[in-house]
Design a protein around this ligand. Structure first.
Ligand SMILES: CC(C)(COP(=O)(O)OP(=O)(O)OC[C@H]1O[C@@H](n2cnc3c(N)ncnc32)[C@H](O)[C@@H]1OP(=O)(O)O)[C@@H](O)C(=O)NCCC(=O)NCCS
Length: 179
């Protein structure tokens, strides 16, 4: 179990699947997390169970817990590049009542510290889209820098949007947040 100031992070368990199922099929959450609705969603419970509990071994998913140890979101990494020691981060605070209260930033700081100090990653990448200013702000508070954009790479409800590419190096993170 990883512990931040407000959150804890642990592996995903079978009891988490029902709520994750609700989040993955929620229009507003998908709007922000992927800008895609309903293209890559509408999963059945069996598909979610398979994805989150038996999923591909190169995607690592964890549960984010609140102060009462209740699950409020998920976080993880994928696209591990072994020689480059880099990976791509993803996060969703699925319980909307926790948006904008610092839980996401605390979860990212806690998880990224784990990736840099325990997994020995050198660099963490992520991508979001231009309208998700809350996510961009949270990533910037952790130390991520905007490194580029992919013009009109996302199609959201009838309009093209830029994808925003961000990255964080281990040394930059440790200077900002320590070990
Ligand atoms: C993105 C997400 C992880 C951020 O976590 P969070 O707990 O909501 O964010 P925090 O409260 O830690 O930080 C949000 C920051 O953005 C700011 N913010 C919120 N809405 C904003 C807006 N519309 N424009 C600019 N800044 C905004 C907040 O004021 C806060 O900054 P501050 O501390 O300097 O005031 C969470 O909101 C989430 O999971 N959202 C839905 C799915 C999603 O977007 N996932 C990310 C996909 S890339």
């Amino acid at each position: 179990m990883l512990e931040g100031n407000k959150i804890k992070i642990r592996p995903i368990e079978e009891d988490d699947i029902d709520i994750i199922c609700q989040w993955l099929n929620d229009e507003e959450i998908n709007y922000w997390s992927s800008g895609a609705w309903p293209l890559n969603t509408l999963y059945s419970k069996d598909q979610i169970m398979e994805k989150y509990l038996d999923g591909p071994s190169d995607v690592y998913r964890y549960a984010i817990l609140n102060e009462k140890n209740l699950i409020i979101g998920t976080i993880g990494f994928k696209e591990v590049n072994v020689p480059g020691r880099s990976a791509t981060l993803f996060i969703v605070i699925g319980d909307k009542s926790y948006w904008g209260k610092g839980y996401g930033t605390d979860a990212i700081i806690t998880f990224v510290r784990f990736l840099f100090t325990q997994w020995n990653f050198h660099r963490i990448s992520l991508d979001t889209w231009d309208e998700n200013l809350r996510a961009i702000r949270a990533y910037e508070k952790v130390g991520f820098k905007i490194e580029g954009c992919q013009r009109e790479a996302r199609y959201v409800l009838g309009t093209y949007h830029d994808a925003v590419l961000m990255g964080l190096l281990r040394d930059e993170f440790l200077i900002l947040h320590g070990k």
